[in-house]
Design a protein around this ligand. Structure first.
Ligand code: NAP
Ligand code: HSE
Length: 382
């Protein structure tokens, strides 16, 4: 199957190279920006790519929502299978792309968009055919896991750790989606769409690691805890899901704490299968390209979709999820918390809250930040 590639960066160049050796697949043209067509296989317009004789599938690795969405629709309407590593695109337009692909009778797969090389969505989409999914989640962003690990195990500063993650090709072109937790949130949204047929578009919360400092590392290490950025999702009554991302403080014995560097840990719990855990590289050229190639191979074998035909947009409800939080903030801002324990040193307070809802904690932090407070917060497993 001759496959065109859109984008020739970290992932796109990896896909193109892997296509040369993959059984049943063949290199097609590659879309690059005007002025960057320095090789015979490169094209500078989507029309030139789609009109190339023999192209049956298109693998998108440009990133962003536009023009990726326009190009994806053009490819599908031209009768090409469409696979992508772009979670921003699928979180924003997955339902429309899926409907268009089904109408045209071509495939639409995106397992590289969640977990890099980890075959998480792939397995989840198979599991839902025979089991009910109780919950899903895990460490879904390689950049922030790399950074948290480097800060806590190797004492790198936040800035040094981010620079390394960018150099290694893990971070997005604009890393703010990584560090804010938005990238992981988009991935859990895709997980929800696959597991529950609900792609939530509102009521979602993401707290990232932007407020985590070298001083916080020392404070939580003094408590014998390790920080990881974790996504969580499950169905809740009323045809909704809960879905959120936030830092979590864990004991060293937790499975998440053995997940180092750019690795991800994605898990789901099936009603019959019980817990399933997948660990592997969540970012980087070859792991991600390998996931795209896996999707192309699924197409060859007739497995065309990971979203059900009745998958729909919906809302998240994070009110019912409650747990205690660790909060570090200026001592003058602590009045609005119900606390289990509290300490203060040089004007900086550390407190453990009584259980409160995810919605309440995330909204309170954003109100206090708007009032000028520098806050780091993380969930505690009760
Ligand atoms: P990247 O290194 O920035 O590569 C993107 C490439 O696409 C760049 O060469 C860019 O060119 C090109 N491009 C963007 N818009 C284009 C357009 N309109 N026409 C032609 N070329 C265009 O990004 P990446 O890391 O490969 O990521 C690509 C996608 O994969 C993103 O959606 C990302 O979220 C996803 N992903 C990445 C990883 C990873 O580890 N890197 C893992 C999983 C998923 P310019 O440089 O000129 O802008
Ligand atoms: N920037 C993303 C990450 C790439 O670090 O996880 C993989 O989706």
């Amino acid at each position: 199957m001759k496959t065109a590639v859109l984008g020739f960066g970290t992932v796109g160049a990896g896909i193109y190279e892997m296509l040369s050796q993959a059984k049943g697949l063949e290199q097609g043209p590659v879309l690059v920006r005007p002025g960057k067509d320095d090789a015979a296989f490169k094209r500078t317009s989507i029309e030139a790519v789609l009109s190339e004789p023999g192209v049956e599938a298109v693998a998108e690795a440009m990133g962003g929502i536009e023009p990726a969405f326009t190009y994806a629709m053009a490819a599908i309407k031209a009768g090409k299978h469409f696979v992508t590593s772009n979670k921003a695109l699928v979180a924003a337009h997955g339902i429309e792309l899926s409907a268009a692909a089904r109408e045209r009778g071509v495939g639409f797969l995106f397992s590289a968009a969640c977990g890099g090389g980890v075959p998480f969505l792939h397995n989840l989409s198979i599991a839902v055919e025979s089991d009910d999914i109780v919950s899903l989640g895990g460490i879904l962003n390689g950049t922030t896991n790399y950074m948290l690990d480097a800060m806590q195990r190797r004492s790198l500063s936040y800035g040094e750790a981010l620079k390394d993650a960018q150099k290694l090709g893990y971070a997005e072109a604009d890393p703010s989606a990584d560090v804010s937790g938005l990238d992981a949130l988009r991935k859990i949204v895709l997980g929800s769409a696959v597991a529950y047929g609900v792609l939530p578009t509102d009521g979602l919360y993401n707290e990232g690691i932007e407020h985590f400092t070298a001083e916080d590392v020392k404070r939580i290490q003094a408590r014998g805890l390790i920080c990881r950025l974790v996504a969580k999702c499950a169905a809740v009554p009323g045809d909704k899901v809960y879905a959120y991302v936030e830092p979590v403080l864990l004991k060293a014995s937790a499975a998440e704490c053995s997940v180092l560097d750019n690795y991800n840990l994605a898990r789901y719990e099936g009603k019959c299968s019980g817990p399933m855990v997948f660990i592997g590289q969540g970012a980087g050229r070859w792991p991600t390209a390998s996931a795209v190639l896996r999707d192309l191979d699924c197409l060859l074998k007739g497995r065309l979709y990971m979203l059900s035909s009745d998958c729909r947009e919906g809302s998240a409800d994070n009110e019912a999820c409650r747990h205690s939080y660790y909060v570090r903030l200026p001592g003058s801002f602590t009045g609005c918390f119900e606390v289990k324990s509290y300490s203060e040193s040089d004007g900086t307070a550390e407190l453990i809250t009584k259980p409160m809802s995810v919605k309440a904690m995330h909204e309170l932090a954003s109100r206090l930040r708007a009032d000028g407070a520098d806050i780091f917060f993380a969930a505690l497993e009760d």
